[in-house]
Design a protein around this ligand. Sequence first.
Ligand SMILES: N[C@@H](Cc1ccccc1)C(=O)O
Length: 501
Amino acid sequence: MSDDLKLTILKTLAAKSSIEDTADAFKNVPSDVVLGALKSLESHEMVTYKTLTTEVWSVDPEGQDQLDNGSYEARIFYAIPAGEQGVSIDELKTRFGAIANLGQGKGFKNKWIKKSGDNIVRLVDTIVDQTKVDLETVLATGTHENKETIKDLKRRNLIKSNKSYSYAVAKGTNFSTELKKLETDLTDDMLKGDAWKTAEFKQFNFEALGLNPRGGHLHPLMKVREEFRQIFFEMGFEEMPTNSFVESSFWNFDALFVPQQHAARDLQDTFYLEDPAAATELPEFWETVRDVHEKGGYGSIGYRAPWSEEEAKKLVLRTHTTAVSSQILRKLALEPYRAAKYFSIDRVYRNESVDATHLAEFNQVEGIIADKGMSLGRLIAFLDVFFKKMGITTIRFKPTYNPYTEPSMEIFSWHSGLNKWVELGNSGMFRPEMLRSLGLDEGVQVAGFGLSLERPTMIRCGIKDIRHLVGHKVDRNMIETDPACRLDKKTGKEVATADTK
Ligand SMILES: N[C@@H](Cc1ccccc1)C(=O)O
């Protein structure tokens, strides 16, 4: 804002005590510039001002045509020869086109012309083209004293209005012809002397909008995890507590009827703890588990191989969240029977070499459904609904082997982007060797399924390398801008689905 203009305003006020209309006083200054200067002076109470609004009319192209060539009604009038014969309506239409009707209408109203059979004849000898006269007035003065005329011309789309603003200005309570420079900061220089006592400070503008703060963004894994949680809750599941990454081999393997000689227990697959290396004791029912491994039971012949208590005590970083499910099922077995659905989503560890599709630590989404009469058919139906809720509409199953489930099924989904079936997870009906030795009643069937959290997240966010989901490899730009990574906290839902990516 130029101080010059402000000074000019103040000086004009000093001389005249008020400015009636800034449009007259500052002809060449645009009104928004004047307004800026006035606002600034007003904030220091040096002036007060009132806004004056004027409506200025200008001639539209159609009005300009009538200014140049006469109004439509005048053109029609002059096209009609004097005398009783007149001219045929058809001929006027051919000569004047669309404006013939408009001109005739106005001519009838003005009593210049009348209809006679199929012809139009004159009623008067001479006319005054009032429309043209009125348009000339508007062109010259920006308005017309007759408000009805303005209305009529506007209705006929011959003129249009433009508002212009100017201001009436008077002296304010702090009026002076000098501009004070207001301080914005209290400085240590001011404090060293007496300047702070007399300094005048600029007021804070509490109306100004601040910059939008850079908010946090959810990590894609957290986002997809939240979606899964919501789906589980919607479907009546309870969340299992999963706070311990370290479990005994007993819960991670033995209670699940994984034979002690199984390849998955090898050092290549499982991280064993060094210190402490072993759990001090096994749960009270460990002998039941030992017996089913060594000798069988519940219709099974067991593995008929030696089972070592020491092996079961070894502490491991849990290789799957089923190590948590086994404990929940044991708890359930000790309570009076009830149907139950549990889920967990948490970190597991496997001794894998890391590449674009493998991490040594990743997250599992796991669900178990315990119910009398639970069946493979119900599990398939359930998984269908479950994955549909994730936007994954096409799934299919392939038989597989797990030591703790029979039958077992791998879950595949059709990935339209990759144009192939991708494996999503694993599932099955827990074996009686496991359920009965955990203490669950005969007749209680338990279905389970597990999948990685990373795979659906990669599909969802279009991430090709799983390593880009962890640590410093996470693409911050993607997290901040990819709508798939923006989670609506209320609904937990997102726009993109596996099929649209
Ligand atoms: N634990 C299995 C998943 C699973 C859970 C429950 C039943 C069947 C399979 C895995 O790690 O892949």
